[in-house]
Design a protein around this ligand. Structure first.
Ligand code: LLP
Length: 421
């Protein structure tokens, strides 16, 4: 459930007409609903009631300080993949002691900063990284809490670009190598192996890949316990899917109970790294129709050119992502009813937000791209020298600019001509 709904034909974000947000902040603009965010967090957290757990929101899904602040206030921990994300969490008021650090290529300076602020755990993805963290921790006179991110070789049955748990993917440590590496980690003075981690992919719409992966990881935990290596947590990553179109992903309650059943009575804390499921439906991308380019022949395409583009939301271009597109105002005018391709102004054929959508459109109309709160702004770029969109958070009947639209000066910050030219 989310808090974007029509009232008398006008789209509202909570108690604010989205058109009012446009009037104040222009387009393209990402609009988030704080109530939706809180609701999603609480539903997820409630589903885990009775299980010792920690929710570590995957910052890569939405790193806006306003969004992270709402989640931090709700008690969320965070999953990060860079020092940039770590600083965002700290700035937003998140607790570094509730941060887990994933990623295949952590740099020395990133590891040092994470050790300095005392994060909860490093999710280690290679033997080389294990040795590096050990050396840095010893040099700093600390002990690094670590888990190995194991690759359980499970097919997540999602888009290949967002599958991570197959042997052929670059992520994690092959599960059959993990036992030996834990034994190695256990005798290194700079490391404290405290958990095990896996993440098999994103936008999963069935439970079976999760069950397969968790089953394999639990077998590993049991084998390690047999060797005297007792781990205290299992991190199952993120990946729970959402409904963009007609998908029917498991509910948080179904997901939680499937995992809880598998954990049984093992004394393990459960860490989860949800991203999309918490934020996707808490955000929309609002855009204005710049002009219409209807075709003339029978089989011609009809293009509605809007002021948002693939640099603002790359999911359709990159993963064939499907996002619902709806008008901000229903049934107002004598626009043209066609099957429109909603395209941006960027010079790429892949620059579309949606294709073949039956809509009644006129130039100047405002549209909302739904389910854009995850991997929307965080994947935005300045391609074609386009300033990145504004981000606005609605709280009940108030709108807060949580990131100002970039200016043309922002685009050129730090650049200069050669000194001798
Ligand atoms: N933990 C790790 C280690 C991850 O790599 C990811 C996502 C997550 C947690 C959160 O997964 P989620 O709950 O959001 O599925 N840009 C793509 C998605 C890439 C996901 C990358 N890793 C998209 O727009 O579909």
């Amino acid at each position: 459930m989310d808090h974007f709904e029509y009232r008398d034909g006008a789209l509202y974000a909570e108690n604010v007409p989205v058109a009012d947000i446009v009037q104040r902040f222009g387009t393209p603009t990402y609009v988030y609903s704080a109530a939706t965010l809180s609701r999603h967090y609480r539903v997820f957290d409630d589903a885990l009631a009775g299980i010792d757990h920690d929710i570590c929101f995957a910052v890569k899904a939405n790193g806006n300080i306003g969004v992270l602040g709402v989640l931090a206030d709700l008690g969320s921990g965070f999953d990060i993949v860079s020092v940039g994300e770590l600083e965002r969490v700290i700035t937003a008021g998140g607790d570094p002691a509730r941060v887990v650090f994933s990623g295949v290529g952590k740099r020395v300076d990133e590891i040092e900063r994470a050790l300095e602020v005392g994060i909860a755990c490093f999710n280690v993805e290679s033997e080389a990284e294990l040795a590096c963290i050990d050396a840095l921790a010893q040099r700093m006179g600390v002990v690094a809490p670590i888990s190995l991110r194991v690759n359980p070789d499970v097919d997540a049955q999602t888009h290949p670009y967002i599958s991570t748990g197959l042997k052929e993917n670059k992520f994690g440590i092959a599960i059959d190598r993990a036992e030996a590496l834990y034994a190695d980690a256990a005798v290194r003075a700079g490391l404290a192996p405290i958990g095990v981690d896996c993440h098999i992919g994103s936008q999963l719409t069935t439970l079976s890949p999760f069950r397969d992966a968790v089953g394999r990881v639990l077998d590993l935990i049991d084998r390690l316990a047999g060797r005297g290596i007792e781990l205290s947590h299992i991190d199952v990553g993120g990946g729970l899917g959402v409904c963009y179109r007609d998908e029917t992903p498991p509910t948080p309650a179904e997901y939680a109970s499937a995992i809880a059943d598998m954990l049984g009575d093992r004394p393990l804390k459960l860490i989860l790294e949800p991203g999309r499921v918490l934020v996707a439906n808490a955000g929309i991308l609002v855009t204005r129709v710049a002009l219409l380019k209807p075709g003339t022949a029978e089989d011609d395409k009809h293009f509605a050119v809007v002021d948002a583009a693939m640099n603002d939301l790359i999911r359709p271009a990159l993963y064939a992502g499907w996002h619902r597109v709806v008008p901000l105002q229903m049934n107002t005018h004598g626009g043209q009813t066609r099957s429109w391709d909603i395209v941006g102004p960027i010079c790429e054929t892949g620059d579309f937000l949606a294709q073949g959508r039956e809509l009644t459109l006129a130039a100047g109309d405002l549209l909302a791209v739904r389910t854009a709160g995850a991997y929307g702004f965080t994947m935005a770029s300045n391609y074609n020298a386009r300033p990145r969109a504004a981000e606005v958070m609605v709280v009940d009947d108030a709108m807060h600019e949580v990131r100002a639209r970039e200016t043309l000066a922002d685009l050129m910050r730090g650049e200069r001509r050669l000194p001798f030219s």
